[in-house]
Design a protein around this ligand. Structure first.
Ligand code: FMN
Length: 146
């Protein structure tokens, strides 16, 4: 069984909706999904999973503080044990979307391996966005199985 961790943050509901679509995509490919906010998830969640999907709104051109909190708390406890872990990322934004840079930069510091192009969604995910987000989940599970 493939285990996927989805860590996201969302003050409104846009990124939560996006995270749920990624989760559905992962489940469609047979994965077991743990879906948590950045303030709920911990280092054990990260160590246990086979791959991770990370999602955030763009707040001031950076990731949300609630997701950054997850990365801050888990970096030292997982350092060296998550190298090469497959990851995908998604961002919802109001027209900018530069927060993706901060996400990809931190994932690079953790030495995760990016396995699909990140998905950017303007505000609330449309039906088309939901399809792209599900496909992101498919791509993550496929990369884990490879
Ligand atoms: C405090 C705050 C700062 C924001 N800053 C940006 C920004 O710099 N660039 C941008 O494109 N959107 C910005 N937005 C818009 C949000 O990224 C966008 O509405 C997002 O979908 C909200 O996600 P959520 O509903 O999951 O909280 C900001 C929103 C808030 C509340």
């Amino acid at each position: 069984m493939v285990n996927v961790l989805i860590v996201y943050y969302s003050l409104g509901s846009n990124t939560k909706t996006a995270a749920e679509a990624v989760a559905e995509g992962c489940r469609e490919k047979g994965a077991e999904v743990v879906l948590k906010t950045g303030t709920e998830a911990n280092e054990n969640d990260l160590l246990k999973c086979d791959g991770i999907a990370v999602g955030t709104p763009d707040y001031f051109s950076y990731m949300a503080g609630g997701l950054k909190d997850f990365f801050d708390r888990t970096f030292y406890p997982t350092q060296g044990n998550v190298t090469g872990k497959p990851y995908v990322a998604f961002v919802t934004h109001g027209g900018g979307g530069r927060a993706i840079k901060s996400v990809e930069s931190i994932c690079n510091s953790f030495k995760f391996k990016k396995v699909a192009e990140s998905v950017l969604v303007k505000n609330r995910p449309s039906e088309h966005d939901i399809i792209k987000l599900k496909e992101l989940g498919h791509a993550l599970v496929a990369a884990i199985k490879r």
